[in-house]
Each structure stands twice: as C-alpha cells, then as structure tokens.
Design a protein around this ligand. Structure first.
Ligand code: GLC
Ligand code: MG
Length: 465
C-alpha cells in the first residue's frame, strides 16, 4: 500500500512543481532469437530480451571489495549503484558480475548483501558462466575449458606441496582447484607448480589473489578469457556492447583490464598485486582509472570519468521531485521507492504536501493488493500511510528495487514488473510487484493497479507496505 501512496504523492508533487512533461523512452524489443537458451519465466525473458541487441553499456564487475564493500555495514555505495542501474541502465544495458566465488558462495553473498540481479554471472574465476535470474549455464564454455585439463592430476601434484592448504570443498570446482598460501611463499610455489604440471602434459593458469588465495585453472580460463568469450559471442551476433567497463580490486581481476577496447576501473581500495600488475603492464593506458573512491562508489566515479552515461544516482539527488528529466517508467519506480524509504525514515520535509499530492492523484478505481492477499482502493490508504510516517526513524531500513522492467501495453499504459526488497538491519523481506501505470489523465504516471506477492518470508511481514 505504501508503495502506491508514495508513488502517487510524487506524481502530484511533480505536477505542482513542474510544468514540463516527461519523455518516455520505452525499450523496443528486437526480433532476433538467442539460440541455446530457454525462456522459462517472465524475468528470465527480460534478461534474454536485453541480450538481443547491443548493450549501451556493459559493466563487468568483481564482487568482493569491488561491488560489495565488506567494510561498510550501511551498504551506502552498492545501494547508490543499484538505484543508478535500475533507473537509468537496466532497460538497455548489461550487468555482469565476475567473481572468484563458486555458485554456492555467490548465492550466499546475494543473501547477505543488497545486490541486484546481474544479466550474466561469471563465477569460480571465469570457469562458470550463467545467464539470467535462473542462472542457465553456458555449456559451450565448459567445452573450451576441457582442453589440456585434468583435475585429478592437479590434485595429485598439489598434494605434494605442504605450503598449500586446500580451500573449502564448495570452492573446488570442475575447472578450478583452490588453496591458501602465504604471501612470501606464493611466487616460489607458483613457479614450481607450473613446471610440474607442464611436465604432466597440462596447460594451467595459476592466479594469486588477495594476498592469500591461489587458484589453478585451465590456461583458457580466468575472468579475462571468460569476458573475451562473451564479447566474441556478442560480436558474432552483431551486438558488441557500445561501451564496456570492467571493475576490480585484486589479482584475479587483472586479466579483465587487458581485454582490448574496454574501459577499466581499479577501485581505490585495490590490492597490492593488482596495482603492481598495472604498474608493470598498463601504466600508460588512459582507459584504466585508479579511482579515488572505494568499491561501488569507484565504479560510479568511473562511469562519470569515462563519460559512459549519467552517473547521478537517484540516491544522490536531494530533491527527488526535481529528478524528472527524461523520465523512464523504471526511473519513476526507483524514485517512488526511495521516497517510500524516506517517508518511513521520517526524512520527508513537507509531509502535508506529500499526503495532499497522494490524495489528488489517486485513481478513483485504482486497486492495491497487499502480499497478504488483502485488497484495497489505493486512495483508502492515506490514513495508514499517515500512521506509519517515521516508523523506521533511526532504524536501519533500506528499500531497493531489482530487475525493473517496463513494457508499453497501450498508447499511454505501461506494465511494470520488479522485485522490491526491504532490508531491516540483518533481516530482509522481498516481494514481486506487478503494476500498471498510465499517463492518460495527466502528463505523469498514475498508478492504476499494484499487485505484490511475497518472494521470501521472514517473521517481520508488517514491514512490507
Ligand atoms: C573467492 C573464491 C576462492 C578464490 C578467490 C580468489 O574468494 O571463493 O575460491 O580462491 O575468490 O579467486
Ligand atoms: Mg575482489
């Protein structure tokens, strides 16, 4: 209910404050088909549709200490990035996460941190590629990796090195064998291993990351090779991204920066081994930036530095009611939910104007269906909204939206679909939102229908409005 209310209020406030009308830029889907992939759900379909034409921007980002700042319990920079991506890029760009983590640890991180869903996930240091929300594997990539690789031989030979201690079983993958090794031993062990494995007829790549992790992969694997494979695939289909930005902080990211044509950002907190690689190999490359900002804030900084598109996150806009230029329905969804967060954190300045706006733009027959199943007229919820103003004041409530899609279903009507998440300290609650928006009776989006369904339930269902 809250979602609708705040949405309506923004619409009126926008009407009150501005006479300019919004320009709606709706993505048109092209008619290519992507072979080898099945479309098995609506969300999966959105992601696959975006893979049908050249992406305006493809971001390929590492996760730990790049997209995700493990030293920021407030998650400030990733939430800024999420809002920027969903409002301005999701509909025509591609988000790729490239992590050393196995699928198991990747999924765990997704539960721990407020992460949006990438179009493509590259896991286990470029040895596993999956597409979409359903994480459909790229079987072609597996074939490439089988060349001159024998995991059993790697295990046999590495067991003879007492300096190596084996990582958790979840991190041992078909094309990745991983250990911990002390910094001072890393170089010598790597050299010796290379020699021994070559002698056994294998062609491997040994990568040292984070001053502790040692990964052994097939020579053709790695984050860089996986990206090159994707770019080649896009190229073959005539849809190479207009711009690509790679983002990383540690040794296993270095390869990403040597892919021809890409822009790169090493976040301010990059590890010594990556900076050393940069000094030795790429110092004069103007397409690589060592950001002055940490983690996702460094990525946002790089988007601006390389002029790859807007880098103003809706979370950086102090007056969201003025954030209306070139509005896309997805941008409206992001702004509404941010306003909702501000309302519940008691961060709205003029509450009466906010409520009046809501009332005036409530569609007379607009209906809201709460995840619990109760159904109300949108305009009947004003009183509830009043009561919950500031219910999260001083508490760690954050709201973000994921995988926003908008399709035009009539001359002035749009069908919206997205996941909405509320994070309350350690606990979170998510729902799928399907909504219909119209500009029939005004220059602005009015909400005709909103239907929410729980994604994951926690004990705190009352959070969700
Ligand atoms: C992740 C993986 C680990 C790997 C490291 C560096 O932490 O879980 O197995 O060694 O990345 O690539
Ligand atoms: Mg990292």
């Amino acid at each position: 209910m809250f979602f609708c209310h705040s949405s309506f209020s923004l619409i009126l406030i926008l009407l009150l404050l501005s006479s300019s009308s919004s320009t709606l830029q709706i993505q048109t889907h092209r008619n290519h088909t992507l072979h080898n992939l099945h479309l098995s759900s609506y969300s999966q379909k959105n992601i696959m549709d975006r893979l049908k034409s050249s992406a305006r921007l493809m971001i390929v980002s590492d996760l730990d200490h790049t997209m995700v700042d493990h030293h920021d319990p407030e998650n400030t920079s990733i939430l800024r990035f999420n809002a920027l991506w969903e409002a301005h890029y999701r509909h025509d760009s591609l988000l790729v996460f490239s992590t050393g983590r196995s699928p198991t640890l990747y999924k765990q991180l997704r539960k721990e941190k407020p992460m949006i869903t990438p179009d493509i996930a590259i896991m286990s240091v470029g040895t596993e590629i999956t597409y979409g929300k359903l994480m459909e594997p790229d079987d072609g990539w597996v074939q490439v990796l089988n060349q001159k690789w024998d995991k059993d031989i790697v295990i046999e030979e590495t067991s003879k090195f007492p300096e190596l201690s084996r990582q958790a079983e979840t991190e041992q993958r078909p094309h990745k064998v991983s250990f911990y090794v002390k910094k001072e031993k890393a170089e010598q062990v790597t050299e010796a291993l290379n020699k021994v494995l070559k002698g056994r007829g294998l062609d491997v790549k040994i990568i040292y990351s984070g001053g502790i992790d040692l990964d052994i992969l097939p020579q053709g694997a790695g984050k860089g090779q996986a990206l090159a494979y994707l770019l080649k695939k896009f190229e073959a289909e005539g849809k190479r991204p207009v711009n690509t930005l790679v983002c990383g902080d540690s040794g296993n990211d270095a390869e990403l920066f040597s892919i021809p044509g890409v822009h790169g950002v090493m976040v301010s907190n990059a590890q010594e081994e990556l900076l050393q690689w940069y000094a030795a190999n790429a110092k004069n490359n103007p397409k690589i930036l060592h950001a002055s900002e940490r983690c996702a804030a460094g990525i946002i900084q790089a988007i601006g530095h390389f002029k790859l598109g807007t880098n103003i996150s809706p979370r950086d806009v102090s007056d969201l009611t003025k954030d209306i230029e070139n509005a896309h329905p997805a941008h409206e969804v992001v702004n509404f939910n941010l306003l909702l967060e501000k309302w519940r954190r008691a961060e709205v300045e003029n509450t009466e104007l906010f409520l009046a706006g809501l009332k005036a733009v409530s569609h007379p027959t607009g209906v809201f269906i709460h995840p619990s199943g109760t159904e109300h007229h949108i305009k009947d919820h004003l009183n509830i909204l009043r009561k919950v103003y500031g219910d999260s004041q001083g508490k760690p409530l954050r709201i973000w939206v994921d995988d926003v899609s908008a399709s035009q279903i009539g001359s002035d009507t749009w069908l919206l679909k997205f996941d909405k998440w509320e994070l309350y300290g350690e606990e979170r609650q998510g729902c799928v939102v399907t909504a219909v928006m119209s500009t029939k009776e005004s220059n602005w989006f009015t909400w005709l229908h909103v239907h929410q369904t729980f994604l994951e339930q926690s004990g705190k269902q009352e959070w969700m409005f």
